[in-house]
Design a protein around this ligand. Structure first.
Ligand code: GCB
Ligand code: CA
Length: 879
């Protein structure tokens, strides 16, 4: 009998709780989608049967932001979905919740306009109760527009503004009396910890309780705080009276937790606050849960950051919400993985930039012990309009209220490099513009401090301190963030430490964080003479080692967030991978670059050993005369020494410097098995190597990039490209000319987007004025592939002007012209790359040649107009 009673009680309790508690689920699947503004698209009767079927998360720019045609679609588009709502929705409050859509959304429910939201990165919620048909079919029609709007930040930025509903959409059904979800998209419960010590934590809970019914109600608001161990730590409850159709604010101050288990980087203890709204008859009307972390922290201008009384240097990354082929349309688990990557790298800091991100990102920071800074996307510039300011203020409100409860968040930021290119040349006008920016900054600063006095504020500047000082921005935030690229955008890498010291001297009362630093790396590129702008794995390593070392030496640098965790789309960029910014320590597909392995090695406290250049499985290089080719290979380890063997032969034992040991590895033709040993750790890497050499019996191919000191791994073909060398008898190489590694305003490897190829680096350098290319290959039949792209930007401009002046008639501009002969036979006469394929477009001409009488192979270039050029050559032996 007793037994049965217990079961009965339990059932009653469960039904009471589940009958009324809120229901929330995603409605992501199978929406109808079309670009443009079809007639009456908001009307249930409109015919969408010909529209595409898509799933949310979705963007309409995944393809056009990465193709050869400049620009991407920015304008209106529509999503529609029919969904049957439960009959009991009649007695409920119904909301449609968006985690983010770029950038203006208008919602129509069953033909009724239900609301609008501006801004592409924050969450928003529409109350749709009035418009739904409970127990019947409902049509949701959502117009999303990503057109440029001068009143909505960001105006411009180095990233692609993917349009679409690119984060989850959910339906939320609640009782008439419920925790309000409509306060700037916040959870409706605000947790703060006015005082935390090792002995005691004081917790304050502010709850917004909505009564959407027609009668006043009296309810109990209960907070149950559950500890990291799953046991109840404490609870509090209050009675509240809420008038019909209103939202009451319920403030509970005096909650304390004795001997709190602190939220820390190494031990991110999380409490949960379960908030229940209980009716007088005991029915649970609503229940929500929020994360609570008990910690205290501070930033000091000299000593940096400290958490729970312990100094900690913040080291981590920034992050963009992109993935290969998907743009921003990522499912939760891909956001989750990214935060894990930071943790696994040994990072303890995430600058969530340049905009608030998926809720999962914040949850993961809480869970993994990663300190976070979150910011709104006021990037590059502001518009001097009231609307721009209002939109920005609303964005910071949304940001702060939405992520308020995450213990990981310790910094709110609101501007990034807003004086990158001040739009005016006129001095008076510039002053006015600076004033406008200062006003925006002061307003945002004030708004944040009022919203949340418990955290720090930050603005990110770039390497033009005078400008920010002139606009008086440097004084406004509590923390100055600096985005620094000495050694990348500026030549001298040591400028980095100089500016750090200068800033600290100039702003002794300001906390400094290096909010960005980075070098682009395309892991297909390698160089043994790494230099600024070469996009090689090796330069990435040189750059990052330098920066980390300099920051470690300076306790006044409170933290750093390297740019960037991952490569990301930036549509106007040319670079080595067009439309992509490659500064990620991981790729768009999250391939780990050497820079990531380096950080992981030096930041981890557990033993690490990994052979670098892991991805470079197809190597090649010139024979050094011994039947081998010696090339450096980095091994990353935090152990005192490391030994490397190759194919069983011991290469040596080294002490790593700053986590890196460089070994000179004599590669043999074929497979090379590298084994590294350090303490109890072993790492193995098998590398395929092709000796590039004209030794008669073995010659099969030679792939050389002219004008280039780099190696390039064409992964799609498994083809290894090697740098040029001058010709010497018995070997191969160029005769005459000069290496063109910089062109126009571009630099090595980033001159321009080479159309018609994915192997841009093969075409982005050339030998200008080349006389011949010679290879002393044995007799045989060969295919000689000549690779060209016209890189002359000045000539391109000339050509354009010429065409424009030609009265509309398309006249051929040819510029550079030359003859090409192979082994004395003229194969191309009066040849012009531009006339053949245009500017910055790849072309490959394959020529069949029979080499006889031991004469070897010789390609000669005969100058006619301008200088002859060659970008790359591939010599392949048919038989
Ligand atoms: C910056 C910007 C960031 C860019 C980065 C770069 O300073 O804040 O948005 O992507 O530089 O790679 O140039
Ligand atoms: Ca999500």
């Amino acid at each position: 009998m007793k037994h049965i009673r217990i079961i009965l009680c339990l059932t009653l309790f469960l039904t009471a709780a589940s009958a009324a508690a809120r229901v929330r689920y995603t409605i992501n699947d199978a929406w109808r989608f079309t670009k443009g503004s079809p007639y009456n698209a908001f009307q249930p009767t409109a015919d969408d049967s010909a529209w595409e079927v898509v799933n949310i998360p979705h963007t309409w720019n995944a393809e056009d932001a990465a193709d050869d045609v400049p620009g991407f679609y920015r304008g209106p588009a529509w999503y529609r979905k029919r969904i049957v709502l439960p009959a009991d929705a009649a007695s409920k409050q119904a909301y449609l919740c968006f985690e983010g859509a770029n950038q203006v959304v208008r919602l129509y429910v069953n033909g009724h306009y239900a609301g609008k939201h501006t801004g592409g990165y924050t969450r928003f919620v529409f109350d749709i109760t009035k418009y739904i048909v409970p127990g019947g079919e409902n049509l949701f029609a959502v117009e999303v527009d990503n057109a440029h709007d001068p009143d909505i930040p960001p105006l411009s930025a180095d990233f692609t503004f993917f349009g679409g509903i690119y984060r989850d959409v959910s339906l939320l059904l609640t009782d008439k009396v419920h925790v309000a979800p409509t306060d700037f998209g916040s959870p409706g419960v605000y947790l703060s910890t006015p005082e935390v010590t090792a002995e005691r934590a004081a917790v304050e809970v502010r709850t917004l309780v909505a009564n959407s019914g027609t009668e006043p109600v009296r309810v109990r608001v209960e907070h149950r705080i559950v500890g990291p161990d799953g046991r109840e730590a404490t609870r509090a409850e209050d009675m509240a009276e809420i008038a019909a159709g209103s939202v009451a604010e319920q403030l509970r101050r005096d909650i304390t937790i004795a001997s709190p288990r602190l939220w820390d980087i190494d031990e991110p203890n999380l409490y949960r606050v379960l908030t229940r709204i209980v009716a007088e008859d005991g029915r649970v009307l609503d229940e929500v849960s929020n994360p609570l972390g008990l910690r205290w922290f501070s930033f000091d201008p000299d000593k940096g950051f400290s958490l729970n009384g312990r100094p900690r240097k913040l080291v981590g990354t920034c992050r963009h919400q992109d993935y290969l082929g998907r743009g921003w349309a990522l499912p939760d688990e891909m956001h989750e993985r990214d935060v894990r990557l930071i943790k696994e790298m040994g990072g303890n800091f995430l600058r969530v930039s340049h905009y608030p991100q998926d809720p999962v990102v914040m949850e993961m920071c809480d869970r993994l012990g990663i300190v976070a800074s979150v910011e709104i996307p006021v990037v590059n510039a502001v518009t001097e309009s009231r609307e721009f300011l209002e939109n920005s203020v609303r964005m910071v409100r949304e940001m702060v209220r939405q992520d308020f409860n995450h213990p990981s968040v310790m910094i709110w930021a609101y501007m990034n490099e807003t004086l990158l290119r001040p739009p005016y040349t006129d001095e008076a006008r510039t002053k006015e513009y600076y004033k406008a920016i200062e006003h925006v900054a002061r307003t945002l600063e004030k708004t944040i401090r009022r919203e949340d006095p418990s955290r720090y504020t930050m603005i990110a500047f770039h390497n033009a301190p005078e400008r920010y000082a002139a606009a008086r921005l440097t004084q406004i935030p509590m923390i100055q963030g600096w985005n620094l690229y000495q050694g990348w955008y500026e030549k001298d890498i040591t400028g980095f430490e100089r500016i750090l010291d200068r800033l600290h001297a100039q702003y002794p009362d300001k906390v400094l964080i290096v909010t960005e630093y980075g070098a682009d790396v395309d892991p297909r590129l390698h160089s043994f003479s790494p230099e600024q702008f070469d996009f090689s794995q090796e330069y990435g390593l040189v750059y990052n080692r330098h920066y980390l070392e300099q920051m470690r030496k300076r306790p006044f640098i409170a933290g750093s967030s390297l740019w960037n965790l991952n490569a990301f789309y930036s549509e106007p960029r040319a670079d080595v991978v067009p439309h992509v910014n490659n500064k990620g320590v991981t790729g768009l597909d999250r391939e780990l670059k050497d820079t990531y392995l380096f950080y992981k090695t030096v930041l981890s406290r557990t033993p690490q050993l990994v052979i670098g250049n892991r991805e470079w499985r197809n190597r090649s290089g010139a024979d050094d005369g011994s039947g081998r080719c010696t090339q450096p290979v980095p091994v990353f380890t935090n152990q005192p020494s490391v030994t490397l063997t190759v194919n069983g032969r011991r290469i040596g034992t080294k002490r790593p410097e700053g986590g890196v040991a460089m070994f000179d590895v004599p590669f043999a033709d074929g497979e090379n098995r590298l084994v590294a040993r350090a303490g109890a750790l072993t790492d193995v890497l098998t590398v395929g190597f092709r000796l590039a050499q004209a030794s008669p019996e073995r010659f099969t191919e030679l792939n050389v990039m002219l004008g280039s000191p780099r190696y390039f791994d064409d992964r799609e073909a498994g083809l290894a490209w090697i740098p040029e060398q001058p010709y010497t008898p018995g070997s191969w190489g160029y005769v005459g000319g000069e290496a063109l590694r910089r062109s126009g305003t571009g630099w090595l490897g980033s001159a321009s987007d080479i159309l018609g190829t994915k192997n841009d680096p093969v075409f982005q350098t050339q030998r200008v004025g080349i006389e011949s290319f010679r290879a002393d290959v044995p007799d045989g039949t060969y295919s000689v592939y000549l690779y060209w792209a016209e890189l002359d930007a000045a000539r391109q401009r000339e050509a354009l002007a010429y065409n424009l002046g030609a009265d509309g008639a398309q006249q051929q501009y040819t510029g550079r012209r030359f003859d090409v002969s192979v082994n004395g036979r003229k194969v191309l006469e009066n040849f012009s790359i531009a006339a053949e394929v245009g500017f910055s477009r790849a072309m490959v001409r394959k020529v069949e040649v029979i080499v006889r009488d031991g004469q070897g192979l010789r390609v000669d270039f005969g100058r006619i107009e301008g200088e002859p050029v060659l970008n790359a050559i591939r010599i392949y032996r048919n038989h």
